[in-house]
Structure formats: C-alpha cells, structure tokens
Design a protein around this ligand. Structure first.
Ligand SMILES: [Zn+2]
Length: 202
C-alpha cells in the first residue's frame, strides 16, 4: 500500500477530514489501526511499501514499530522532491563505544557524545537520514530542515528541534511511556528494559 492511500484510508476510518496529509493524530491512528495489526500478522517489511535497498538494509536493523515510519519518511520526502536514504540505524553498545572513542582515545573527529547505552541508536528506535542528489550524498543541505518538518508531522521526534546538540539527520520514535520524559531518563529506562528483556514499546 502506498503511503498516501494508507493515510487517506485511516482518515476515512477515523472520521477526520480526508486530505492525505497526516498529522500526529492520524499517524497515531495509522499505527494503532493498521500498522500494529499488520506487523502482528505478517513481516513488518510489508507494512508500508519498501524503499531503496540501502535504506532497507538500515531499516531492517530498527525495531518493527519504527520501520513503517522510516519508510513513510523516505516516501514523503520523495513526494516533496527530496531524495533521502536511511543511512544509520541500530548500533550495539560496542559499536557505540567505538564511535565514542573516535576523537578521544582514537584518531578522527568527535562524532558523538554518547557512550554505549547512552544513544537512542542503541535501542533500535532512532535512525539518521542522508539527503542525496542522484548518487551524491549531501552532508549539509537546507533540505534537511524540510525533511525534519515532514518527520515531525508524522509524530517522529526530530533532532533538528533539539537545543543542546542540534542533529538534523536524526529521527526517533518516542514510546508513549516516554512522552514528556527527559532524554536521559528515557535512555535509563531503555537500558533497564534491555537488561530485563522488556520490549521498548510495551
Ligand atoms: Zn542519530
């Protein structure tokens, strides 16, 4: 199912204006009414039509709940004339520690302030996108802001809205139990859940 058809089907089902533009409310309904059920019944890869191979490889590392949002963002961006790919997804604690060492105990530029267990990427709820022009990756582009607006409109949290460390390529799907929670408290709860084997979105 294409993303706009899905949005309109959900809007019709929940009885709101059918305009094909999903705000947070429609996205909540999409998740509750369609996506979650689809995920339970068949492979999550089928919840929303697949995107490009590189993005799909990254999306496969994310939690099933996050995958439809990542795909939808790629499709929404394309519909708005912006080519993006999902280029970074889940990282293990070890991979995060290696990244943290860069620019500290190892050579290179510092790329993160988070050690293993202290990044949302360690829990499969976060992904980074790259803006592309054909096959060329654009590390900096005003288009990141446009993608941020689209993502926030879907109910994703956008790193470009952060005040301490602005991170425009970054998106994450905050669980409902974490609404209004401080980032560090949410991360602590994620670490607790991983250690206790409790699902992230339960
Ligand atoms: Zn990120």
């Amino acid at each position: 199912m294409q993303i706009d058809e899905m949005i309109m089907a959900v809007q019709k089902a929940v009885g709101v204006e059918v305009d094909g533009k999903a705000g947070p409310q429609t996205w909540g309904a999409i998740y509750a009414a369609l996506v979650k059920e689809t995920i339970a019944r068949k492979p999550p890869v089928e919840a929303i039509e697949r995107v490009d191979d590189r993005s799909e490889r990254t999306i496969a590392t994310l939690l099933p709940e996050v995958r439809p949002f990542a795909r939808a963002l790629v499709q929404k961006a394309a519909a708005n004339g912006i080519q993006i790919k999902v280029i970074s997804g889940h990282r293990t604690y070890e991979e995060q520690d290696a990244l943290y060492a860069q620019g500290r105990s190892k050579p290179g530029q510092r790329v993160t302030n988070a050690r293993g267990g202290y990044s949302n990427h360690n829990f499969g709820i976060a992904f980074d996108v790259g803006v592309f022009s054909g096959s060329k990756y654009l590390g900096e582009s005003p288009k990141y802001r446009g993608v941020g607006v689209l993502g926030a409109d879907m109910g994703l949290e956008w790193g470009g809205n952060w005040t301490s460390l602005v991170d425009q390529p970054h998106f994450q799907l905050r669980p409902s139990w974490a609404q209004g929670m401080k980032e560090k408290d949410m991360l602590a709860e994620f670490r607790r859940r991983v250690a206790a084997g409790i699902p992230a979105y339960a």
